[in-house]
Design a binder for this molecule. Structure first.
Ligand code: NAD
Length: 259
């Protein structure tokens, strides 16, 4: 396969970093695009220095560059796409991975959190796909992979907003898979299980510590461990490469979710 140009949103750390690494390891060129501005949320989002550290690490695996991006702002998305085109001369693969979480009972859940979660987790796909579409249509091997979750397959108490945003990602993925098939663009979703990133360590299990996190995951996940960013990267690269696969929402969850 010839080397492709890839954008990974939310690529400054966590799962996005693992996805970027996996593409670089197969010889693709990757633009990591992230807020990288220490934005204030229920937990800290990525910082500029995190993005630079990640870029230095990824540089060992291949041709990686970075850009600041706010996925909720269409102009910012257009700028990121233009940067990929400038850096690499094309854009073949779009990874819509940026996301945020908040939790709480529906009666206590703020409208601000509700809107922000949908703006980042769902609107990212609308904004980035529209910004990238003309470039993807020019590619002979184009793919979009959207990050959903096992929370996009099954609802949970305290997570009604996050789960419904991730269900929406699956619906959007299937719709775009139909819509873009005639253009030869494949669209799939990845559904990670439990990856010990900021979402878990700084929010969902912030008061529990490393040992409690690992022991809970060992007990509850059939294959006996939480997932790693590399596990997710491997499966995302598969979805971006597989020439006859579209509209799939693939669980990478050690058996925690099987539907
Ligand atoms: P993370 O917080 O480490 O990464 C999310 C990244 O998105 C951060 O770098 C953050 O700065 C970026 N981001 C947030 N808002 C943004 C915006 N407006 N514009 C651009 N970038 C923005 O968490 P993660 O676990 O690596 O999450 C990555 C994706 O995986 C998310 O979509 C998340 O919902 C999903 N996911 C995570 C898990 C898990 O267990 N960690 C499981 C299933 C799905």
């Amino acid at each position: 396969m010839t080397s492709r140009s890839v954008i990974v949103t939310g690529g400054a750390r966590g799962i996005g970093k693992g996805i970027a690494k996996a593409f670089l390891q197969q010889g693709d060129r990757v633009l990591i695009a992230d807020l990288a501005s220490a934005a204030s949320w229920r937990y800290d989002l990525s910082t500029d220095s995190q993005m630079h550290e990640t870029l230095a690490e990824l540089g060992e695996f291949g041709d990686a560059t970075s850009t600041n991006l706010d996925v909720t702002d269409f102009k910012s998305c257009q700028k990121a796409v233009a940067t990929a085109q400038e850096n690499y001369g094309s854009l073949d693969v779009l990874i819509n991975n940026a996301g945020v979480i908040d939790s709480g009972l529906i009666e206590d859940f703020s409208e601000e959190s509700w809107d922000r979660i949908f703006d980042v987790n769902v609107k990212v796909i609308y904004n980035m796909t529209r910004a990238a579409l003309s470039h993807l249509r020019s590619s002979s091997n184009a793919a979009i992979v959207n990050t959903s979750s096992i929370a996009g397959k099954r609802g949970s108490a305290n997570l009604s907003c996050y789960c419904s945003s991730k269900f929406a990602v699956v619906g959007l993925t299937q719709s775009l898979a139909h819509e873009l098939a005639p253009s030869g663009i494949r669209v799939n979703a990845i559904c990670p299980g439990i990856v010990g990133t900021a979402m878990w360590r700084d929010h969902l299990m912030a008061s529990h510590g490393e040992e409690a996190f690992n022991s809970r995951m060992t007990r509850t996940i059939p294959l006996g461990r939480p997932q790693t960013s590399d596990d997710i990267g491997e499966a995302v690269v598969y979805l971006a490469n597989a020439r006859n696969v579209t509209g799939v929402a693939l669980n990478v969850a050690g058996g925690l979710e099987m539907h």
